[in-house]
Design a protein around this ligand. Structure first.
Ligand code: 7RM
Length: 658
């Protein structure tokens, strides 16, 4: 019986960075190698050097890394600084007038904020928070639409040393309540409502419900009037954004905090138990967000950057809020969705704002690819010079479409692997140096020590053998703990291979050239007749079929094989036609030829959509429950598209094997 995770697909194509891109790139092969050497030589000194160069310190640190109490690592611990000062104040002299934000609302209105304007608003809100008795170390929950006020709120907290906890505006009252309570938040910043995709979500109503369920720690609620819709009002507790800012000075001395002072909590819903409040530090986190951005996106002062993630996710924290501001970049900030008012939206915005770096998720790429080439072809996308992806493994089909149709075969693609817990990108190509392969996130960044190991903790050596993706040395932007639960932190991330090896929970393998390929979450791995197969490769094989838009694959108990493969497949075009054509049977054979008989799905269900988290990840856990015919007990309120559930449980489509 074979115990090891196997890699069964092999992508041969490789894309060398175009000459023009290489010539202009900041990081060259020589410089990259020098950095890798320095990091190998003395990891702590490598990061310390970067921390001194990139961050402004009120009090410089002496000790770089304190690793005396693993897995609780400290970076730059005796230094003091302020996150907001680093993100804004340092640009005022010389770049104060530079555009920091180009904000486009759901309705298409465009607003510009310079670094100076942003600084003024942040300081006023910071003073308002102080007036409402928010102090250093207090938690503030931010439940706002995607927009300048979300960033202003995060930075105002950082300015006074309060710890922000952003909750995505799509979460239910119950989820919000859990997060408020766990954090013991003193104040909530929300809006009356959030327009998104032509619909309106009533945020204040949800906050009222959450607080009514008992959140005694919350003393005040600041309400930004985004739409002007009428809401309940609790005198003495609720205060409008405008009233709170009224009369506040646009000067506010930053609170200089220790490097390890928590900058924010961000809750992730784990597969079991209550959500975990991932706690990040100030200095280490900022350094990770800032430097990873310079390296992976080859930043130039005139770039117009657009990361489409919501600030409710880590990608929005690191590459919408902190990363771009720390680097003094101009960026596009978008309130809406890719398909409203129509599916031209992204491409029209890239054209209009002359976006040069575009960073989005595979789910969005696949959805837009499904609509055909004609839409993006109507737009001038020539301002683009670099593309990025994050959040899930990207299948080679979507990768090559992104490359050809959006990037005009001219833009490198950076596939960035990382997690809420890692704070910043960890495995990703340096675009001017590394030849990319569709579907691989390539190599770890400088200063990041990753390995792939087997159950015994031994490094996996043969090219197609998969294993646990782990990080073997501490890095500055790493999670510090789970809020209020050190034991859970240790158990979740460091239990398995000792207290110095961070376990990511993902499976991965390296190919003959050393490229890293993510195979999916270890929890999702299938065991078919003793072969352990990752979900990513079977899904990607299905998506390589011309009639398939995307696929979600899970295992289901099988008497003989251990597990049977069940695939939920979203087709391009009409689903009923696909059922009549017997596409399911054809796809079984297709996977057989793409991968081998072992991976052939035992059942294929043709569906119109997959259950996704709000950040666009396929919820395989839910698919597994459905596949087993069990009742759904999971919380489905966090689903992006709960309406799809009915269809997934429907009887198997004709043409699929029993
Ligand atoms: C940034 C983010 C983390 C999980 C991670 C992976 C998956 C993220 C990639 C990816 C393959 C990628 N944080 N993941 N990026 N898988 N290739 N480039 O998404 O905490 O929300 O999720 O997402 O499984 O462990 S997250």
């Amino acid at each position: 019986m074979k115990e090891n995770l196997e890699s069964v697909m092999h992508e041969q194509r490789s894309f060398v960075p175009p000459q023009e891109f290489r010539d202009a790139a900041t990081l060259t092969a020589d410089k990259l190698q020098a950095m890798q050497c320095a990091a190998t030589d003395d990891l702590a000194a490598f990061w310390a050097d970067l921390a001194r160069k990139n961050l402004e310190w009120k009090q410089p640190f002496i000790q770089a890394l304190d690793d005396s109490n693993p897995p609780f690592f400290k970076w730059f611990a005796d230094g003091r600084l302020n996150a907001c000062y680093n993100a804004l104040d340092r640009h005022l002299e010389g770049n104060g007038g530079k555009t920091a934000l180009i904000f486009e609302t759901d309705e298409g209105e465009i607003l510009y904020f310079s670094f100076r304007a942003l600084h003024g608003e942040v300081c006023r809100l910071a003073n308002a928070l102080k007036a409402l008795e928010v102090r250093k170390g207090d938690r503030v929950v931010i439940y706002l639409p995607m927009g300048p006020q979300a960033l202003i709120s995060m930075l105002a907290c950082a300015r006074i040393g309060a710890i922000h906890s952003v909750v995505f505006g799509g979460f239910s009252a119950d989820s919000l309540k859990d997060r408020i309570r766990d954090a013991g938040a003193r104040l909530v910043i929300t809006a009356d409502a959030a327009p998104r995709g032509g619909r309106v979500t009533m945020l204040k109503e949800t906050v009222d419900l959450a607080l009514a369920a008992g959140c005694e720690s919350v003393k005040k609620v600041i309400v930004y009037r985004r739409t002007g819709v009428k809401t309940e009002w609790i005198e003495g507790r609720d205060i409008t954004w405008d009233d709170s800012l009224n009369g506040q000075s646009s000067d506010c001395e930053p609170e200089w905090v220790e490097s390890e002072h928590p900058l924010f909590l961000l809750y992730t819903s784990g597969s079991t138990g209550k959500p975990k409040g991932v706690q990040h530090s100030t200095a280490g986190y900022l350094l990770g967000a800032m430097t990873s951005m310079q390296w992976v996106f080859d930043l130039k002062p005139n770039d117009i950057f657009w990361c489409t993630a919501d600030v409710g996710w880590i990608t929005g924290h690191s590459y919408v809020c902190y990363g771009p501001l720390l680097n003094g970049l101009t960026q596009v900030l978008f309130e809406g969705v890719p398909t409203y008012p129509d599916a031209h939206r992204f491409w029209r915005m890239i054209e209009e704002h002359r976006v040069s770096i575009f960073y989005t998720a595979p789910t969005a790429i696949r959805a837009l690819m499904r609509l055909g080439d004609a839409l993006p072809r109507k737009h001038d996308l020539s301002s683009l010079r670099l593309l990025g992806t994050v959040g899930e493994p990207i299948n080679p089909e979507a990768w090559t479409w992104y490359h050809r149709v959006i990037g005009g075969s001219r833009c490198p693609i950076v596939d960035t692997w990382w997690q809420t817990e890692t704070g910043a990108a960890m495995i990703a190509p340096i675009p001017g140096v590394v030849a990319t392969k569709p579907g691989s996130c390539t190599f770890p960044l400088p200063g990041i020590a990753v390995d792939i190991i087997d159950e015994q903790g031994e490094p996996v050596t043969s090219p197609n053998q998969g294993g646990f993706l782990v990080v073997t040395k501490p890095w500055p932007a790493m999670v510090r703990t789970i809020w209020g639960d050190d034991a859970r932190f240790r158990k979740t991330y460091f239990g398995q291979f000792g207290d110095r090896v961070y376990v990511t929970g993902d499976g991965a393998h390296r190919d003959e050239d050393g490229y890293v390929w993510i195979l999916g979450r270890i929890d999702d791995v299938l065991n078919v007749s003793g072969h352990r197969l990752g979900t990513a490769e079977i899904e990607s094989a299905l998506a390589a079929h011309p009639r398939v838009a995307e696929a979600g694959v899970v295992g289901r108990p099988h008497e003989i094989k251990g597990e049977a493969v069940l695939a939920f497949v979203v087709v391009k075009g009409d689903r009923n036609q696909a059922i009549r054509d017997g596409l399911a049977a054809e796809l079984r054979e297709w996977v057989g030829t793409q991968i081998g008989a072992i991976a052939k799905p035992d059942e294929i269900r043709l569906v119109d959509g997959l259950p996704k988290t709000r950040s666009g990840k396929i919820m395989r856990r839910l698919l597994r429950t459905i596949g087993r015919g069990e009742a759904i007990t999971q919380d489905t309120s966090t689903l992006e598209n709960a309406a799809i559930l009915g269809q997934l449980t429907a009887p198997a489509a004709p043409g699929s094997a029993p």
